[in-house]
Design a protein around this ligand. Structure first.
Ligand code: HEM
Length: 498
């Protein structure tokens, strides 16, 4: 057992051991032990040796990996007052992204953000945007009918147009829409400036960003400067758009307009206004890639598991006449489709390590000492693949979310590890859940998703390969999206009215 080297004011804690873990090398710690592209696999393998809570050291940083949902709940949920901060990083500031909710330390600014997210995106508030989701999903279907091979772009447009509608009341017909341009450039610059491999490194060792020499010089710095400019523009332009429309009395309802309307009478106007801008841009940054990547994984899995696809389509077809599409009112009558959504999120694990938390006090757990300032890495991938919970976890089996009588197993959204933990749990999960559900059920209603054929009529294999990094996106794959109902096509083309 290793003793910790940190000082604590409580002498009794100095006698306690740190949680078990691999032996670190001097200075670099356990860096060389970790698969930098898929660090979650290394962390999972440690579970077999050291148990559900593993201590490692990465360049002098204390890191604790949590490999079990039970322990994650005990620490991140039940002791959330100590486990809710974030590691600080100079890259965040360098790229102008330190304002985003996801990166703010636990403190007053972050609290204002969370209050705003709660006001605007809590489950009841999100329900009132159902008309928006439904109109955008019809556009998604039309686009897939017209140019099915561009499915990745169509999925992105679907998700972005909902995010922009919901946050700013902004209507957009293409990814080139003026207000989206700087936001899109901003996000893509973050992806280029922090490409998957580097992102994967940061996922495994987020403190590496504090070592400037790690970055390859001028190009990186130019990217960072441009990113700072775009960060300001991405916050200001759409915000001013809402304010102008509100002044003209023509603003569509949105998160920003709702929050601005509730500002009257608040003491610290300037601070609140700044927070509204930051929250809206944070929603875009945090919500876009995660939801679009999940929908792309859904299409991939429908190709890989045609029987599952057929069963979901049978469920839809037995509930609805052929000239109509399911809406949110049908959701509870489609348990198998619901199970497909849950299984997609489990099987794919779009954010395999969620986001790291940091402790803001010393703690003791099951006799082990957890020092203040420890980075806590929840290994969501392992939690989604726990053999004791999920038999043959590598297989896509929606049935595992159903009871023997075909009803859905009890698994409320609030308790899903895919959306994180404790006070930092994803505030966009109600939006994400609605956007994913209506997207999936509408695609299944109108299309058959299958392997593409080459010039010789041979099926092109699809392999389940994903990018490295914070967000796991399917690598490009080919797919054939075929209309399976002429009647529903007519309905979709005429704007969704049967
Ligand atoms: C499939 C879709 C999504 C998934 C899987 C997802 C997952 C996550 C996870 C794992 C976290 C970190 C939680 C933690 O630290 O414990 C997070 C944070 C966050 N998410 Fe999501 N998310 C999704 C969509 C969205 C959407 C649509 C929005 C906004 C509309 C959003 C806004 C945020 C924000 C602002 C945070 C930071 C919260 C904080 O640090 O306090 N997310 N999300």
């Amino acid at each position: 057992l290793r003793r910790h080297g940190s000082r604590t004011s409580d002498p009794s804690k100095n006698r306690l051991a740190l949680p078990p873990g691999p032996k670190p090398l001097p200075f670099i710690g356990n860096i060389l032990d970790i698969d930098s592209k898929r660090p979650w696999l290394t962390y999972s393998s440690w579970r077999k040796i050291y148990g559900p809570i593993v201590y490692c050291q990465l360049l002098g940083q204390n890191v604790i990996v949590i490999n079990s949902s039970k322990v994650a709940r005990q620490l991140l949920d039940q002791r959330s007052s100590c486990y809710s901060s974030r590691p600080s990083s100079c890259v965040d500031k360098l790229f102008g992204i330190d304002f985003t909710t996801a990166l703010l330390p636990y403190g007053p600014e972050w609290r204002i953000h969370r209050r705003m997210f709660h006001q605007a995106l809590r489950s009841e508030a999100v329900g009132s945007y159902q008309g928006l989701y439904q109109s955008r999903v019809i556009r998604l279907l039309q686009n897939l009918l017209d140019t099915p091979d561009d499915f990745e772009n169509h999925l992105q447009l679907y998700v972005i147009s909902i995010t922009m509608g919901l946050t700013y009341g902004y209507e957009m017909a293409s990814l080139d829409a003026p207000l989206v341009k700087s936001l899109a450039e901003f996000v893509s610059l973050l992806n280029d400036g922090l490409p998957p491999e580097r992102n994967a490194m940061l996922t495994a060792f987020p403190f590496l960003v504090n070592i400037p020499a790690w970055f390859p010089g001028a190009a990186f710095k130019r990217d960072a400067l441009r990113s700072q400019e775009l960060s300001l523009k991405s916050m200001d332009d759409p915000f001013e758009y809402v304010r102008k429309n509100m002044a003209a009395g023509s603003s569509a309802r949105s998160m920003v307009s709702d929050l601005l309307n509730q500002l009257d009478g608040k003491k610290d106007h300037a601070r609140e206004e700044k927070a509204i801008k930051e929250c809206a841009a944070s929603a875009y940054i945090a919500g876009f890639d995660t939801s679009a990547a999940t929908l792309s994984a859904f299409l991939m899995v429908m190709i890989l598991y045609p029987d599952t696809q057929r069963r979901a389509q049978d469920e839809i077809d037995s509930l609805l006449t052929e000239n109509s599409f399911p809406d949110f009112g049908h959701r509870s009558s489609l348990p198998y489709v619901e199970a497909v959504l849950r299984e997609t999120m489990r099987w794919h694990s779009v954010t395999p390590l969620a986001l790291p938390h940091t402790t803001s006090c010393d703690d003791v757990f099951e006799g082990y000492f957890i020092p203040k300032g420890t980075m806590i890495m929840p290994n969501v991938w392992e939690m989604h693949n726990e053999e004791s919970e999920y038999h043959q976890p590598h297989l896509f089996k929606p049935e595992r979310h159903l009871n023997a009588d075909g009803t859905l197993a009890d698994d409320p959204l609030a308790s899903r590890v895919a959306f994180g933990f404790g006070r930092r749990h994803c505030p966009g999960k109600w939006v994400a859940d609605a956007v994913l559900w209506i997207g999936m059920v509408s695609i299944l209603s109108l299309f058959r998703v299958e392997r593409r054929k080459d010039g010789m009529e041979r099926e092109i294999e699809v392999e389940a390969n994903f990018t490295a990094g914070l967000i796991r996106r399917p690598l490009p794959y080919s797919c054939s999206i075929v209309c399976r109902s002429a009647l529903r096509e007519q309905v979709a083309r005429s704007g969704g009215e049967g």
